[in-house]
Design a protein around this ligand. Structure first.
Ligand code: M6R
Length: 619
């Protein structure tokens, strides 16, 4: 949830770390800090004040604070925080420094037994932690062990041996200016070494500028970073030979590229990335090629049930996936929220295919659900964006979404590329099992190929949607309704709106309205009615008439041919003609733009909404 960067080398450590933190600010943005080893001194600077009129980010303020200082320091670790334990304040911001001033630590994740460790530190060593955080105990433990004569590597092994929870850690020691030590358990940590030095980070985007060839630490591995070398060790201090991951992302894809916000840029990226996701999976005959995924007919025949498990937006993509797989491959699918799946003793065995859907590949709930399913014998296929991420590495097969870096907290291209993968998987399974005809496969593929240009066309609605946003941005409650696949898309549209505009928004299957929720409709209510499914269009029309009769302001979203929705709605937004199955790829684009422009009209911090972080690596 937070971001870590560390650097030791020939260059100016302050610049490298602050630049990296700037790239990671979307991971956590309530406070930030840096610790440097500078001519025998351990210096720490932090910033955490509430947003002021300058509207500057915490990292730019940290940059201002450090302008004239520490230019000669060659070792530094930095952190951008999303508060879990303790309020966002300078005291709680990282790096945390031990009471003897010898150790500085940055930490992502949670030390679950921190209260116990705090008590032990006080009783046994008379060390009282200053902050409200769980993370500070790591610095205090390391200092106790270093004071006892251990070097930083052994101290780290001893401290992590006492800790429970999930953590990525970077630590420096005043008496050893030649090292940064990193440690990973259930929270991502990446390392790379170049002629310039050694780098660690919690996220690839911080390292792109320096190298695209990186090592992903596995659980219970430690990295010893020196200016001229890097070593990854296991808990027995044996050197681990690891595979290099080449990350095919350009720095520009992690920049705003002239757009006001990353979210708008990423909405506009969709035609290109959807094209990429699709074309990478089509062979020269235009047929689906799962490229490296060994899902044979025998395998498929053994699968009695599929679980799609994910969180948030990825879960919403999974809901669409269920309809597609059941329709085309005729295999029963359950879709589950990862945080629930794990604790309800699901009926999983070796005849189960577990599909994890995740943009970051690091969402802890999804990772834990995956491990649970594996323990019970399931085969794991994951749909992941970030190459080499924990979920990708722990899966039997990975279907990458190829969306490129997604920086805005509100997922947009992440969702549509996940959908595209689910279309391809469902079609592929149907073809293998012969539960769909060659003509159906061909027809759907033709439709999918036309999606990128249709999405480009939909983006031309921006002006109209901006006008609509001006009318509705002050509303206090906004509903999204739909039937069939539209009900799934409604959930995603509503999530987009609430996470960046903070408007209380609710999505419901339109047929359910009359069972209670219609009581909320009045002249103050806005309803986005999705009516893209041909067979359900008339039923949706009735639902629209019902809510209009209660004075709700209805904006319908339907296919171009359904002109008759104009009479029943205040406004209609059209998607181009297509088969019903692919409408989610189109209607969501309008809902993303609606959420964006409403939040913009309200003056919210769109890319970094309050209380949220891009990658949720705590349970
Ligand atoms: O990285 P993941 O796809 O696993 O993330 C899952 C959710 O945390 C994520 O989709 C979240 O709901 C987004 N903020 C939605 O925009």
């Amino acid at each position: 949830m937070c971001g870590i960067v560390g650097y030791i080398g020939k260059g100016c450590a302050k610049d490298v770390v602050l630049d990296g933190l700037g790239k990671l600010e979307y991971r956590g943005y309530d406070s930030a800090g840096i610790a440097l080893l500078d001519k025998g001194r351990l210096a720490v600077e932090k910033i955490a004040e509430i947003q002021d009129e300058s509207n500057k980010s915490k990292i730019s303020k940290l940059q201002d604070l450090l302008k004239e200082k520490y230019s000669d320091a060659n070792v530094a670790i930095g952190h951008t925080r999303w508060a879990t334990h303790g309020t966002p304040s300078v005291l709680n911001a990282h790096p945390h420094v031990s009471n003897d001033g010898m150790i500085a630590v940055v930490h992502n994740g949670i030390v679950e037994n921190y209260s116990e460790l705090k008590e032990m530190l006080l009783k046994k060593h008379n060390i009282r932690c200053k902050s409200e955080t769980d993370s500070e105990v790591i610095a205090q433990l390391l200092s106790v062990f270093c004071a006892d004569g251990l070097d930083l590597v052994d101290a780290m092994l001893k401290a992590t041996g006492m800790m429970k929870g999930a953590y990525a850690i970077g630590a420096i020691y005043k008496n050893d200016e030649n090292k940064i030590v990193g440690y990973r358990k259930d929270a991502p940590l990446i390392a790379c070494h170049t002629d310039e030095g050694t780098f660690i980070a919690s996220d690839m985007t911080a390292l792109l500028k320096h190298s695209k060839d990186v090592y992903f630490l596995d659980d219970d591995e430690l990295v010893v970073c020196k200016a001229d070398s890097m070593q990854i060790l296991n808990r027995n201090k044996e050197v681990v030979e690891k595979e290099i991951f080449h990350i095919d992302w350009n720095i520009e894809t992690a920049e705003k590229g002239g757009y006001d916000h990353f979210m708008l840029k990423e909405i506009h990226d969709q035609p290109d990335v959807l094209e990429d996701t699709l074309s990478r999976r089509l062979d020269s005959n235009g047929r689906i090629n799962l490229d490296g995924i060994s899902l044979t007919l025998d395998d498929l025949n053994k699968i009695k049930k599929i679980y799609i498990v994910a969180c948030g937006t990825a879960y919403h993509a999974g809901l669409v996936g269920k309809t597609l797989i059941e329709k085309w491959a005729k295999i029963p699918v359950e879709v589950d929220v990862a945080s629930e799946f794990r604790y309800r003793d699901p009926l999983v065995d070796e005849n189960t295919l577990f599909i994890a859907v995740t943009q970051s590949g690091e969402t802890l709930d999804t990772l834990m659900a995956l491990r649970e399913a594996k323990k019970k014998g399931a085969r794991v296929l994951s749909i992941v964006n970030v190459v080499g991420s924990s979920i990708a590495r722990e899966s039997d097969d990975v279907f990458y979404t190829w969306a490129g870096p997604e920086i805005a907290v509100a997922s947009t291209k992440g969702y549509t590329t996940q959908l595209m993968c689910l279309y391809l998987i469902a079609l592929y399974m149907g073809r293998l099992k012969e539960t769909i005809s060659a003509e159906t496969e061909k027809k759907v593929l033709e439709e999918l190929k036309s999606v990128p240009s249709k999405v480009s066309g939909l983006l031309k609605n921006e002006g109209k949607i901006e006008e609509l946003a001006k009318k509705i941005y002050e509303k206090r409650s906004i509903f999204y309704i739909g039937r069939g696949l539209d009900a799934n898309v409604a959930l995603e549209g509503s999530l987009k709106l609430k996470e960046i505009s903070y408007i209380n928004s609710f999505a419901i299957a339109a047929g359910e309205l009359k069972h209670g929720t219609i009581a909320l409709m009045d002249e103050d209510t806005i309803v986005f009615a999705l009516a893209t499914q041909d067979e359900l269009a008339e039923k949706m029309l009735s639902n629209i008439v019902e809510v209009s009769a209660r004075d709700a302001y209805v904006v319908s979203i339907t296919k171009e041919k359904n002109d008759f929705f104009k009479d029943a709605s205040e406004m209609v937004l059209f998607i181009p003609e297509c088969i019903d199955e692919v409408t989610p790829l189109l209607s969501i684009v309008l809902l993303q733009l609606i959420a964006y422009f409403v939040a913009k009209e309200r003056g919210e911090n769109i890319d970094m909404p309050r209380n949220l972080a891009k990658s949720v690596t705590v349970e």
